[in-house]
Ligand binder design. Structure first.
Ligand code: GLN
Length: 551
């Protein structure tokens, strides 16, 4: 029978519950256990797909096409647990299902209520991950204890222990122990209050993980244990990480979290095997090289809007012993200040996915700069579409070429809506979503990077390269090197005479791992590194050559 771990958060949001859950998943896997991970989000949107990146950060897409919370990205980067639409439930998704059942008459005339119908639906969502080949299901409850909208989820997870027996369920509460500089001490009261709220609704946490800026003093840990009714050894410190989020699992091991979980849930676990992860961290901490790449986008102000892209760049850096410094650049800044001023000095330029006209001119200018100056360029989704527009306007000579997303009546619609999108009215979950196969051209940069002619990548788009222009583009040097198996949808374009100018319609950032960098990110960083090294060599040569003295 699968055991359950429920992870809640207290005091403030953004404590890194997702990372903690992913780390717990990793540790249990590394002890030979088969885990599944899932997240509950108490907001009312059915999924985050309709939310602005400013509100929510990145929307993470799974193979099955579900648009999910970005914490699922952490789950996938840290563990091998398969993820599907059953791994992310919002209040909206739960209620949608309850209401659909009510309309069908499934409740047989009963009054439909939060308890038991909504809580049953939530427990049903937890059960979806239980299977014969699963040892532990880890469920993260989003939001902060005390939020009104989180209550049905907390009530449901309380009931799970009643249904399955407490021995099969573990409650972990992640909290903050702030250090008050003025008082010169750490404060445990917010944690006490947060646990008090949990206990009021009948959940006694078994383990407290305390986020701290400084070492958690023994006496503070003891105080927390006493006031929160938790064993002393179950008050675990999780100190802020300076170098990398990939340190989190190791610090939890140091504090014996894996042993505690195994003991409390009576799991049949093997000794921990984590040497490769330790090696990876060593590589992160001791890079041999450094490159600076610019991510030119529109949602720069939200720190998580390009989460998976930034992670993937780091992964490529890990593989190449390189520290990748990412400069996040507002596309409109390129429009205002000019590409030269904003982008000079970069070793590589990446234009990520996005929506709508604002900022598109800046992205197009940045791509032109990369193309003309031979700076390595990587375009992703909207990044490909902007590269196509740039090439049409500035190389092929199609003045005012555009995407119909930006200008419905443009004279040269080089990017246009996918055929099956015209009839769609609803916004939620209706793009071309999820994993699709792509055939690559033999000998192309993409083929060389992947080392394979058939690849599968995830998608999230409504617009697409317009096939009418394919010949014209190829004749001018921009080649289509990847398409859907029937040849109809353009998936990859590359520039022939350029060190690395490659753009993809898919989102490769959703398939990169710290221990297995994505080949295209690796190729891009490798090219950026080569450019950086050439530049440094040229500078060295210049410095070594004595200046000519004119007689
Ligand atoms: N807005 C573009 C489209 O819908 C690109 C989407 C994206 O970058 N994810 O096709």
């Amino acid at each position: 029978m699968a055991k359950h771990i429920f992870v809640t958060g207290g005091v403030v949001s953004s404590l890194g519950k997702g990372l903690t859950c992913a780390s717990i998943g990793l540790l249990l896997e590394r002890r030979g256990l088969r885990v599944r991970l899932q997240k509950f989000d108490p907001y009312i949107n059915v999924d985050p797909g309709t939310m602005s990146p400013y509100q929510h950060g990145e929307v993470y897409v799974l193979d099955d096409g579900s648009e999910t919370d970005l914490d699922l990205g952490h789950y996938e980067r840290f563990t091998n647990a398969p993820l599907s639409r059953d791994c992310n439930f919002t209040t909206g998704k739960i209620y949608l299902s309850v209401i659909q059942k009510e309309r069908k008459g499934d409740y047989l005339g009963r009054t439909v209520q939060v308890i038991p119908h909504v809580t049953d639906e939530i427990k049903g969502a937890v059960r979806k991950l239980v299977a014969d080949d699963v040892d532990v299901v880890i469920t993260e409850v989003g939001g902060t204890v005390g939020d009104i909208e989180g209550l049905p989820f907390l009530e449901a997870i309380r009931q799970v222990a009643l249904d399955l027996g407490k021995a099969n369920v573990l409650y972990i509460h992640l909290t903050l122990v702030p250090f008050l500089k003025a008082a010169g001490e750490a404060k445990t009261k917010p944690t006490q209050h947060s646990v008090e709220r949990l206990r009021q609704i009948g959940i006694q946490p078994d383990i407290l993980i305390c986020r701290t800026e400084r070492e958690l003093a023994k006496e503070d840990a003891e105080k927390i244990a006493l006031f929160c009714n938790v064993e002393k050894r179950a008050v675990i410190e999780e100190r802020d990480k300076e170098v990398s989020i990939y340190e989190v699992p190791l610090s939890l091991v140091e504090n014996k979290l894996d042993d505690l979980i195994v003991e409390k849930l009576d799991l049949k676990a093997k000794p921990l095997q984590i040497a490769d992860w330790r090696d990876m961290l060593q590589r992160i901490k001791n890079p041999a090289h450094e490159v600076t790449v610019g991510v030119v986008g529109k949602y720069i102000k939200h720190k998580d809007a390009y989460k998976s892209i930034c992670e993937s760049l780091d992964h490529a850096g890990i593989a190449l012993a390189t520290r990748v410094v990412v400069r996040r650049i507002e596309a409109e800044e390129v429009e205002r200040e000019g590409a030269e001023r904003v982008l000079s000095g970069l070793d590589g330029i990446l234009v990520p996915g996005g929506f709508d006209y604002r900022g598109s001119l800046g992205k197009i200018d940045a791509i032109r700069y990369a193309r003309e100056r031979k700076v390595p360029f990587f375009g992703i989704c909207l990044g490909l579409q902007c590269a196509v527009i740039e090439f049409a306007r500035n190389v092929v000579g199609l003045e005012d070429a555009n995407s119909t997303e930006f200008d419905r009546n443009c004279p040269y619609p080089v990017v246009c809506m996918l055929d099956d999108q015209y009839a769609i009215v609803d916004k939620g979950g209706t793009m071309r979503l999820g994993s699709y196969p792509c055939n690559l051209t033999e000998g192309s940069k993409a083929h060389k990077a992947y080392g394979s002619l058939l690849v599968h990548e995830r998608h999230r788009h409504r617009y697409e390269f317009n096939n009418q222009f394919r010949q014209q583009f190829a004749a001018n040097g921009l080649e289509v090197t990847g398409t859907s198996p029937n040849g109809q949808l353009v998936e990859v374009v590359e520039l022939r005479d350029h060190p690395w100018f490659l753009a993809v319609q898919c989102h490769p950032e959703f398939k990169s791992k710290p221990t297995r960098a994505h080949p295209l990110f690796r190729g891009f960083i490798q090219a950026s590194l080569q450019r950086r090294e050439k530049k440094t060599e040229a500078q060295r040569a210049r410095a070594a050559t004595p200046a000519k003295v004119s007689m």
